[in-house]
Ligand binder design. Sequence first.
Ligand code: TYC
Length: 100
Amino acid sequence: GDDGDAGVKVETRVKTKRPPLYKVLILNDDYTPMEFVVHVLERFFGLSHAQAFEIMLTVHKKGVAVVGVFSYEIAETKVAQVMEFAQRHQHPLQCTMEKE
Ligand code: TYC
């Protein structure tokens, strides 16, 4: 432009890109006991009993809720832990992740 730079690049942006974050979601179903979901949220997401109960009820009423936001690797681990724990107890509870 007409700013005396004669078309020469005068600025270089050095980009420090944050890694993408992933939401971990818990899905409702008709069979998993409410207390089991509360236990899962306490055990794997470090939530207090009150917070866990609140999120469980949100999922029960609305179908889905975000239970936390993590790096890809941590989100992947949480999902695997929840899915394995639910399967081991023969509950159909579903846990997934999606890019924020
Ligand atoms: N809907 C289940 C019931 O009535 C409870 C439930 C809540 C299941 C949250 C899954 O992610 C869930 N027993």
